[in-house]
Design a protein around this ligand. Structure first.
Ligand SMILES: NC(=O)c1ccc[n+]([C@@H]2O[C@H](COP(=O)([O-])OP(=O)(O)OC[C@H]3O[C@@H](n4cnc5c(N)ncnc54)[C@H](O)[C@@H]3O)[C@@H](O)[C@H]2O)c1
Ligand SMILES: C[N+](C)(C)CC=O
Length: 492
């Protein structure tokens, strides 16, 4: 596909190179070929973008533009994403290695997010509340927070960006977006669409560059009012510290080590299928991947055998081949991390049921591939059970009693998501009520949509994206009290 992309940063309505003129080469994780050379911005580019966003917020029209008009513009972005879906899906797969079919699904989801926030942009108009004071009006209004820094990861580049861009724009904020330095292509494209939709100059800015420079400046700069971050827990903690500089509002969407509890009375084939999908989709590089299987002892062996048989038949390959089920990992660095993680599992005594190494297929040698891997005989104290590996690796633990399954599921510093498979709905509801996670799926795994909030308990994060709560992250709430018959107090 021939794509005509600007390959620049977007600051104050202009497409610009990095101040330093430095660049970064973006590579295809399937074959390590160069796919683009983009500007490598730094603190100076970031400061310029923050100044533009500050000016647009403090003196521009966007924050006071009627919400209905902002909704029209956000809806246009959704329409342009639908119009350019093939191009966007192509760029996302080129950049991340995920199958193009999956990227097409992401683009549908992304357009849906912009549509959802376009629809509710003008439905957050505040309320009149009962005042205890006679002859007074007491009203609550919602206002944009101000200048927002937004930082996204490489695994779902544009999807995670849409969860931030759409509500921020709909509510009248100005923003600076920083994508992961290794997957900037669909961000660039969507900023072209933001410009085409008529978002005024300075309102939405895109700075490309590393976390240590651009990300750190966004997090610590006192002209930024809010920082919304999606990424790893270690980075999240750094951002939390940096954001204390001016007590920024903070939204953190961090990692997960997500349990999937399979009871013996579950629909067996459904549970096997969803367990595989819940982990190996996008080669396990999903925050909510159900990498921690907790299986009732009476079906454990049969369940593991069924998983292994299916895993052996997976087709690894280019995301652009129609029969590919699983693409490569994102980078050489990440592949090395996953290998080390698997080595730790072996050293700690887990049994390797399948996978555990790079594939030997000659066609895959230039890509960052790792075989789908299943560990059995796992216990909660193991690194592979506690840490987020972010690769195609399942650990399997056994349980005999419902309370034990819930206890295992909750034995984690994370609390992003989890699943329960059973045909006993009362049991499923009991487990869901006790599982300490932002999302619990019953007889389903890894489903998300714009109307339902997304976020983590415990160290999986702070705040919520999507749904009505997703818009609240981008608004301040103000109480305005008006005395219609003021009287002197005469105290002093
Ligand atoms: N909870 C969710 O919804 C969700 C969704 C997707 C990914 N994730 C998590 O993201 C992680 C994988 O993504 P990753 O490897 O890109 O994460 P990462 O934390 O390494 O990087 C994420 C972003 O932060 C930037 N960054 C790095 N150091 C920074 C710093 N000091 N200050 C500011 N920004 C900095 C990076 O450049 C990148 O843009 C996983 O842990 C995954 O679970 C969570
Ligand atoms: C939030 N989600 C599931 C879209 C991507 C997580 O990595």
């Amino acid at each position: 596909m021939n794509v005509n992309l600007k390959l620049k940063q977007y600051i104050n309505g202009e497409w610009v190179d990095a101040n330093s003129e430095e660049t970064r080469t973006i590579i295809n994780p399937f074959n390590q070929e160069t796919i683009a050379i983009v500007p490598e911005g730094d603190e100076t580019d970031t400061k310029a973008a923050i100044a533009a966003a500050r000016e647009a917020f403090d003196h521009g029209e966007w924050p006071t533009t009627p919400a209905t008009e902002r909704g029209v513009i956000v809806r246009k972005i959704a329409e342009f994403i639908e119009r350019d879906k093939e191009e966007l899906a192509y760029l996302e797969s080129l950049d991340t290695g995920k199958t193009v079919e999956e990227s097409r699904g992401d683009m549908d989801d992304i357009a849906g997010v912009f549509r959802y926030y376009a629809e509710i942009a003008d439905k957050n108009g505040g309320e009149i509340i009962d005042s205890p004071v006679p002859n007074s009006i007491s009203k609550v209004v919602h206002e944009p927070v101000g200048v927002c820094g937004q930082i996204t990861p490489w695994n779902y580049p544009l999807l995670q960006a849409s969860w931030k861009l759409a509500p921020a724009l709909a509510t009248g904020n100005t923003l600076i977006m920083k994508p992961s330095e290794i997957t900037p292509l669909t961000h660039i494209k969507v900023f072209e669409l933001i410009e085409e939709a008529g978002v005024p100059a300075g309102v939405a800015n895109l700075v490309l560059g590393s976390g240590a420079t651009v990300g750190a400046e966004l997090s610590s700069n006192e002209d930024v009012d809010l920082i919304s971050f999606t990424g790893g827990i270690v980075t999240g903690k750094k951002i939390m510290q940096a954001a204390s500089s001016n007590v920024k509002k903070l939204a953190l969407e961090l990692g997960g080590k997500n349990p999937n509890v399979i009871f013996a009375d579950a629909d067996f084939d459904l549970a096997v299928d969803q367990a595989l999908n819940g982990v190996f989709f996008h080669a396990g590089q999903i925050c909510s991947a159900g990498t921690r299987l907790i299986v009732e002892e009476s079906i454990h062996d049969e369940f593991v055998n069924a998983l292994v048989e299916r895993v052996k038949k997976f087709k690894l390959g280019s995301g652009f081949d129609e029969d590919t089920q699983m693409g490569p990992l994102i980078s050489a660095e990440h592949l090395a991390k996953v290998e080390k993680y698997v080595e730790a599992g072996v050293e700690e005594g887990a049994t390797l049921a399948v996978g555990g190494k790079r594939p030997e297929d000659p066609e895959l040698q230039n890509g960052f591939f790792f075989l789908p891997t299943i560990f059995t005989d796992c216990t909660t104290d193991m690194t592979v059970v506690q840490e987020e590996g972010f690769g195609p690796v399942i650990t399997v633990e056994k349980f005999t009693k419902e309370e034990e399954a819930v206890k295992l599921a909750n034995d984690s510093i994370y609390g992003l998501a989890g699943g329960v498979f059973t045909n006993d709905i009362a049991k499923a509801e009991r487990c869901a009520a006790k599982m300490r996670m932002g999302t619990v799926w019953i007889n389903e795994f890894n489903l998300y949509f714009p109307h339902a909030p997304w976020g983590g308990y415990k160290q999986s994060g702070i705040g919520r994206e999507l749904g009505k709560l997703g818009i609240e992250e981008y608004t301040e709430t103000k109480h305005i009290f008006q005395n219609l018959k003021p009287e002197q107090i005469n105290w002093f």
